[in-house]
Design a protein around this ligand. Structure first.
Ligand code: THU
Length: 135
């Protein structure tokens, strides 16, 4: 299915949160000691993941969402249908502002995010977003 308009079910959220938690094992976060894992369901049904990869030059750090987007492209492309990221305890974490922009670019039309305040749309977490439509 290229674009699903069905709500993401509870089992899928649980699987994504588990995949994000497993991705924590790949985090390289010796500076912050704050590992982050991310997982997303792609429009064709596969799951992509990411973890934060820090740098001695702190600002060069790649957030978990960066490696997730790389995984998306390197494993065949597509768009993101459902997304979650977690902290080192596996608890749901809000994507940082920059990463909301990253997710916006690669979202499926009705992408959902599991957030600290429940399931939210991209428009709810990044209203009136700047994007390709502005260029
Ligand atoms: N971090 C992410 O990987 N994603 C986010 O959305 C929030 C922040 C990482 C960056 C850094 O390695 C650590 O969390 C502490 O800021």
């Amino acid at each position: 299915m290229e674009h699903t308009h069905t709500p993401v079910d509870e089992t899928t959220w649980q699987e994504l949160q588990r995949a994000a938690t497993e991705a924590l094992a790949h985090s390289y976060s010796p500076y912050s000691n704050f590992p982050v894992g991310a997982a997303a369901l792609v429009s064709d049904g596969r799951v992509v993941t990411g973890a934060n990869i820090e740098n001695a030059s702190y600002g060069v750090t790649l957030c978990a969402e960066c490696s997730l987007v790389s995984d998306l492209f390197m494993s065949g492309g597509g768009s993101l249908v459902a997304f979650v990221c977690v902290d080192g305890n596996g608890d749901v974490l809000m994507p940082c502002g920059r990463c909301r922009q990253l997710l916006y670019e690669h979202r499926a039309p009705d992408m959902q995010l599991l957030t600290v305040s429940g399931v939210r749309s991209m428009d709810e977490v990044l209203p009136d977003a700047f994007g390709p439509q502005n260029l």
